[in-house]
Every structure is written in structure tokens, then in C-alpha cells.
Design a protein around this ligand. Structure first.
Ligand code: CA
Length: 221
């Protein structure tokens, strides 16, 4: 997953970044609220870790602004402010979760992953995703391919939904891995992808999922 870490404390920021990277995550670390706003606006992240007390503003205002802009990425607040009121304020502002410093890094990563999964299942999305002769009912989890129903594994289903949600937009390998298989190694994306392609079959001799060499995959519509 691609994480935006917003933390002004040098030691803690460095340690969190190193821990997340050691655990296979990509991290952009910023120390100022203004930089966080820019990066979160310009780039796509899977989750954000946000400290409340920043040199140029309050993390809570950053959270509120992101939500106002319709950004639904999972946000985990990390702060030393351990009062019920500040927890409530953080969650009311639109944060998904709250960790009080000092915290255990493994718990932080577990919570990030849990919020990522939850965010995905709660996200409002149309019931039917379609494109390239495919129709996926995200509620009943039925998949139709040229009018015949096919059966997919949970990971294949997650990959297909992610590609259909952003059809005509290339999804990188890392993006697909973070969405469909956050806990497994990168090798197995190839296996899931080739199984999925075999089940979807070909149209006019072409795979329904197009490989963009060196970048990722896309479903063209
Ligand atoms: Ca701080």
C-alpha cells in the first residue's frame, strides 16, 4: 500500500517510515501540513497516518479538508493527545481510527490494513461494475462474462473489481496488490492475473485485461 505519513517529529517520522518500508509499504513522509495537503491532492494514496500537532497547522484541519474535498482514503490519526475529547474530535473530523503515542508499530500496520479493507467494503459504489463485455454485481458477487456467469476466487474478484472501477486507467502492480492482496507477496499477482485472464477468455484474440509493459494492467472499454 502507498502511505502518506504526516509527522513533524524527526525521530518518530524516520522510525515509522523505516518500519513501513521494511514491511513492504511505500511511504511518502512529509512534516508540514501544507506539504501534506499538496501531496494528498496531487498523488494517489491508499492510506494516511496523520499527526495532530504540526508546525504549520492542526492535523485535524487537514483531515476535515480532505473529507470536504471528497477524499475517502483511510486516515489513521497518531497523536500523544490521549483524551476522550480529542479522540472524538478526530473521529468526528472524518478520521477512521486513532492511535495514541507511543504505540506498537505492528499494531499500527495492522490497523492501517484493517481500515483499508473496511474502507473498501464501505465505500459507496454502484452495484454493477461493467466494461469489456463484463458485468460484476458487487453485492451478490456474481460475475457475468458475455452473458455467461463465471466463478472467481476472492482475489481474482477483487482484482477485476479494481480494474473495472478505474476502467481505461492503468493500475500499477502495486496498486492491484495493495487492493486485492494486501498481505501476500508480489510474486503471486502474476498467478492470480493469469488465472483471471483464463477465466475471462479473449475478445477478438485479445485479453480483456491489457498489460502495459513495465507499468501495470488496464481494462479498456
Ligand atoms: Ca507533532
Amino acid at each position: 500500500m502507498n502511505v502518506c505519513l504526516v509527522e513533524d517529529d524527526l525521530l518518530l517520522g524516520r522510525a515509522l517510515k523505516a518500519f513501513l518500508e521494511d514491511n513492504g509499504q511505500q511511504v511518502i513522509w512529509v512534516r508540514m501540513a501544507a506539504d501534506a495537503r499538496d501531496r494528498l491532492h496531487d498523488e494517489e494514496f491508499d492510506a494516511a497516518l496523520v499527526d495532530l500537532g504540526l508546525p504549520d497547522g492542526e492535523g485535524i484541519d487537514l483531515v476535515k479538508q480532505l473529507r470536504r474535498q471528497g477524499n475517502h482514503l483511510p486516515i489513521l490519526i497518531i497523536t500523544a493527545r490521549d483524551t476522550v475529547n480529542s479522540r472524538i474530535e478526530g473521529l468526528n473530523a472524518g478520521a477512521d481510527d486513532y492511535l495514541v503515542k507511543p504505540f506498537d508499530n505492528s499494531e499500527m500496520l495492522a490497523r492501517l490494513r484493517a481500515n483499508l479493507r473496511r474502507g473498501r467494503s464501505w465505500a459507496a459504489e454502484p452495484e454493477i461494475l461493467s466494461g469489456a463485455g463484463l458485468a460484476v454485481d458487487t453485492h451478490s458477487r456474481k460475475v457475468r462474462c458475455d452473458e455467461s456467469e463465471i466463478s472467481l476466487s476472492p482475489t481474482e474478484f477483487a482484482i477485476l473489481c479494481e480494474l473495472l472501477r478505474r476502467k481505461n486507467h492503468v493500475r500499477t502492480r502495486r496498486q492491484l496488490e495493495s487492493v486485492a492482496m494486501p498481505d501476500s507477496d508480489s510474486q503471486s499477482l502474476d498467478t492470480h492475473m493469469s488465472n483471471l485472464r483464463r477465466k475471462l477468455g479473449r475478445v477478438n484474440g485479445n485479453d480483456r485485461i491489457r498489460t502495459v509493459r513495465g507499468v501495470g494492467y488496464v481494462i479498456d472499454d
